[in-house]
Design a protein around this ligand. Structure first.
Ligand code: SF4
Length: 136
């Protein structure tokens, strides 16, 4: 499988608010059998809808102040297993997500301020050498 893609871009209602961010290009890759959709937050066992989180000093902190880093990293591990199994070499991930965003994420203040950085899953994909791009 060539690509791993954020499941919300495929149209799955896996976002924290129960919605999706369907993207026609990503959906076409899946139709062509070229992309594996997955959601690292759901694979971590988080419910949908769920309380959103942002990264602060490398930790995943939910909007109600709970440190959920360990559970999020379990989701990253589960997602990584599938990426390795499928042999993905490229990733198309959802922009600005604390899991999937690459290059730009929110600053941890839940105020919409963006900073340079990578989400936890994107960071793992980059470390594995995948070509990572982000989209909405
Ligand atoms: Fe799941 Fe990533 Fe989409 Fe968030 S951005 S809903 S973690 S696939």
């Amino acid at each position: 499988m060539e690509y791993v893609v954020s499941a919300c871009l495929a149209g799955c209602n896996c976002r924290y608010d129960g919605g999706n961010t369907a993207n026609e290009h990503v959906q076409q890759l899946i139709r062509e059998g070229r992309a594996l959709p997955l959601c690292p937050e759901q694979l971590g066992g988080f419910p949908t809808p769920r309380t959103p989180f942002e990264l602060k000093n490398g930790r995943a902190i939910s909007k109600d102040g709970v440190d959920i880093t360990e559970q999020m990293l379990q989701g990253v591990e589960e997602a990584t297993k599938l990426v390795e199994l499928a042999g993905c070499t490229k990733a198309i991930l959802k922009s600005r997500s604390p899991s999937c965003g690459a290059g730009i994420i929110y600053d941890g203040s839940f105020s919409g301020v963006k900073i340079a950085g990578n989400g936890l899953f994107a960071e793992r994909m980059l470390a594995m050498g995948l070509e990572v791009t982000c989209t909405d």
